[in-house]
Ligand binder design. Structure first.
Ligand code: GLU
Length: 439
């Protein structure tokens, strides 16, 4: 870890992600000579390449704006690089390297042949006009297109990149290359997208949660849930919780959280979806539409007592102190919809409390899993039915849960899902790397 810190100065998120994996892997590889002899740990913590580029675009007032874009191609040992694109002012090389690193293990866990990558820009979509978004996406793709391909690297959405942005980027890719191919996932249904891709991350996180609860003979019926975020992952997680008989108490955005003690019903979730996606509104306005609720400015929702918690906003949104409050309030299970939302202190609190705690690389893998299914459908040039895809998503989440049990069962009724996910993901990628020799 000292070497990782030295080689990656000023990249705290990347170091954090490597540390979280390394804590479990050191123990696993202790007596396995092949991984040591081939320097697998040293190699797996070094991205295959990091492409950094300038993105120029013109705003509506005619000003020339310059942003930085990246694509981190982390590891393609088990398939083409695969992972989303994030547009957010917090994006740095460190953030994208951590996300690409996590993605590598997550994608391995799905059982589908996908390597790990991630890309993005420090561009802030908030307050931009639709035309500005389009110009930015086109400019971003004008450089990115030369680094990607259906068998090379397949980007998708992430924070700040949804169906609209994927459309603008796919349109530009097609225009430049004259190639209609499955080079991006999260596409619209009319042009090669897959059913349930939009719902998959949130639904998958709840399926994983249900699998964890089932090991204790419990289910979601009648359970209270605290959820952070109010985007695609959070709203679909909320929807599935409601469908399975649970009661959702909170949602949030960067301005604060709303607490609705009556429960956030399907009708209210639909309002949030329209409000956030089409009106590009703030969660604060929820309390005007539904007066039973309260808004808590500048706060995260972890202090609201609950049975289960789903952090679905962003990295490091749940800190050690928050984890202690959740445990003290009797929270039984935490399923991460976001990537690395719990910081290292928080992870240690959950592990010590022996909570049912799923790291994002296991529990939020449903999104990229259905992306993998979108790639298969594109290669086959056909579209599968909704029921087939729903079942495949459920099966994949159950398979990931099983992998976590295989490597994370500590006996005495406690499963360390972090350890299970880290070892299962690592083993698949590392064994493929061993087969290739020193490359
Ligand atoms: N951005 C999502 C993730 O973090 C999805 C990536 C994809 O579909 O390629 O897994």
């Amino acid at each position: 870890m000292e070497g990782v810190k030295r080689r990656n100065p000023h990249q705290p998120e990347f170091v954090q992600a490597v540390q979280e994996v390394a804590e479990d892997i050191f123990e696993f590889i202790q007596d396995k000579e092949q991984y040591h002899a081939q320097q697998i740990l040293r190699r797996i913590a070094e991205p295959d390449r990091v492409v950094s580029f300038r993105v120029c675009w013109e705003d509506d007032n005619g000003n020339i704006r310059v942003q930085r874009g990246w694509r981190v191609q982390n590891n393609n040992a088990i398939g083409p690089y695969k992972g989303g694109i994030r547009f957010h002012p917090s994006v740095t090389e460190s953030v994208l390297k951590f996300l690409a690193f996590e993605q590598t293990f997550k994608n391995a866990l799905t059982g589908l042949p996908m390597g790990g990558g991630k890309g993005g820009s420090n561009f802030n979509p908030k307050g931009k006009s639709v035309r500005e978004i389009m110009r930015f996406c086109q400019s971003f793709m004008t450089e990115l297109y030369r680094h990607i391909g259906a068998d090379v690297d397949v980007p998708a959405g992430d924070i700040g990149v949804g169906g609209r942005e994927i459309g603008y980027m796919f349109g530009q890719y097609k225009r430049i290359t004259n190639n209609f191919t499955g080079v991006l996932t999260g596409k619209g249904l009319e042009w090669g997208g897959s059913l349930i891709r939009t719902e998959a991350t949130g639904y998958g996180a709840v399926y994983f949660l249900a699998n964890m609860l089932a090991t204790k003979g419990e289910d979601l019926n009648g359970k209270t849930a605290v959820i952070s975020g109010s985007g695609n992952v959070a709203t679909h997680a909320a929807e599935k919780i409601v469908q399975l008989g649970g009661k959702v108490l909170t949602l949030s955005d960067s301005g604060g959280f709303i607490h609705d003690p009556d429960g956030i019903t399907q009708e209210k979730i639909d309002w949030v979806k329209t409000h956030k996606t089409h009106r590009r509104g703030r969660i604060e306005e929820y309390v005007d539409a539904f007066p039973g609720a309260t808004f808590h400015a500048g706060k995260t929702p972890w202090g609201v007592p609950c049975d289960v918690a789903l952090p679905c906003a962003t990295q490091n949104e749940l800190l050690g102190e928050d984890a202690k409050v959740l445990v003290a309030n009797g929270c039984k299970a935490v399923s991460e919809g976001a990537n690395m939302p719990t910081d290292l202190d928080g992870v240690h609190v959950f592990k010590a409390a022996k909570l049912l705690y799923a790291p994002g690389k296991a529990s939020n893998a449903g999104g990229v899993a259905v992306s993998g299914l979108e790639m298969s459908q594109n290669s086959e040039r056909r579209a599968w039915k909704e029921e087939e895809l729903q079942q495949m998503l459920k099966d994949i989440m159950m398979g990931i849960h099983q992998s976590c049990l295989t490597y994370g069962d500590q006996g005495g009724g406690y499963v360390d899902y972090v350890k299970g996910a880290n070892i299962a993901g690592f083993k698949k990628v590392a064994d493929a790397m061993l087969a290739f020799g020193v490359v």
